[in-house]
Design a protein around this ligand. Structure first.
Ligand code: AVI
Length: 363
């Protein structure tokens, strides 16, 4: 007998009616046969070797150093990710909008350039490797054009990859969905069994700017090695050098979203380290350093503060800074030189009317 069916011959009280399991007609839960019979829609490989002690020691050493610094990866806790998504919608932060406008305007030409190497390699759809994939939304508009056989989302956030692929797989059932959780800021190595056919590396958002130029060359060379002679290429977005006024505004917006993004690092550090940073003691500094060709972000102590770092007090004088990010900007020729140093020999470039942003296809 069904648990929820009324017993004959006995009237149910109001309380019994309210408490009965909702298995009556019209409320029968549907059995999800698909999840019982179909294989999972995606596969995620986790390469993250989390050495918490090592990470903690590096973090503390950076904060205790005479010139204190923290790695930009500490921006991206859940609130930091939400604040970064908000930054991308700011009037001042032209990067995301401009890149998307270039993609939209030149979608077919860029897709043709990406596919142009295919005759040299296998003629199949190959693998689209989305570096820093996040919620995979940037790749979404490319899939119908590049028609890969496989899509590989690479990101440091393993749970984020699974959630994104779960949604993405339903929209593109013909594409094999794979994920790789790894910290590619350190090194990029993709297991061979995740790759098939020509390899297209997709690295949008000008995130390459967050590497110092020598580290950027190292990382681009790793990408070049993965493309190999498969007939694939690298499709990458890069922010251009421009006026200090425009860059200062992009990294210190009127609403204070970038300030919140930067200050949130202190909350994240308190959680990770048990430190005693108080956001009210600090202010955001974000500005273009034209001599270094980069935007710098710092957290600056408003007043002298003592911060408990792992049981030891660290004194920060008023005006002392913690360096939290660099975002390098490139003239077209400068970035082409970086690509050349990394082993790419052919490049194509698209830009907007103001030459505020570059999209390169390199092989
Ligand atoms: C993720 N990265 C490309 C951003 C940038 O512009 O360097 C991070 C960011 N920092 C402040 N605003 C946005």
């Amino acid at each position: 007998m069904h648990q929820g069916r009324m017993k004959l011959g006995k009237r149910m009280s109001h309380d019994e009616i309210a408490a009965r399991p909702r298995l009556m007609r019209g409320h029968l839960p549907k059995l999800d046969h698909s999840s019982m019979t179909k294989p999972p829609k995606y596969r995620v490989v986790n390469q993250l070797q989390h050495d918490a002690d090592d990470e903690r020691s590096r973090l503390i050493a950076g904060l205790r150093a005479a010139k204190a610094s923290v790695e930009p990866k500490y921006f991206y806790d859940p609130l930091g990710c939400a604040l970064y998504a908000a930054i991308c919608q700011l009037d001042e932060y032209y990067l995301t909008r401009t890149e998307e406008a270039i993609f939209q305007r030149h979608r077919q030409a860029i897709a043709d350039a990406v596919m142009a190497g295919r005759s040299r390699g296998a003629a199949t759809g190959g693998t689209l490797i989305d570096l820093g994939a996040g919620d995979c939304h940037k790749a979404q508009s490319w899939l119908p054009y590049l028609k890969p056989q496989r899509y590989l989302a690479v990101d440091i956030a393993a749970p984020g990859i699974e959630a994104a692929l779960d949604k993405f797989a339903a929209d593109f059932p013909e594409v094999e969905m794979l994920g790789l959780a790894t910290d590619f800021a350190t090194t990029l190595s993709i297991p061979a069994d995740l790759l098939a056919g020509p390899r297209t590396m997709f690295y949008p958002g000008s995130s390459i700017g967050n590497f110092a130029p020598d580290a950027a060359i190292r990382f681009l060379a790793e990408m070049r090695a993965i493309v190999g002679d498969s007939g694939g290429c690298l499709l990458i977005g890069v922010d251009a050098k421009k006026s200090k006024a425009r860059l200062d505004a992009a990294y210190d917006d009127a609403l204070g979203v970038t300030a919140a993004f930067n200050l949130n690092v202190l909350r994240h550090l308190n959680r990770v380290l048990g430190s005693s940073f108080d956001c009210v003691d600090w202010r955001h500094a974000g500005f273009y350093n034209a001599d270094a060709g980069r935007v710098e972000m710092h957290l600056e102590a408003i007043r002298a503060v003592e911060v408990n770092l792992d049981g030891v007090s660290r004194h920060f004088a008023a005006g002392e800074r913690i360096h939290s990010e660099n975002s390098y900007k490139y003239h077209r020729a400068e970035f082409e030189a970086l690509l050349g140093a990394a082993g790419f020999t052919e490049t194509l470039c698209w830009t907007d009317n103001e030459e505020a942003y570059w999209v390169f296809c390199a092989r």
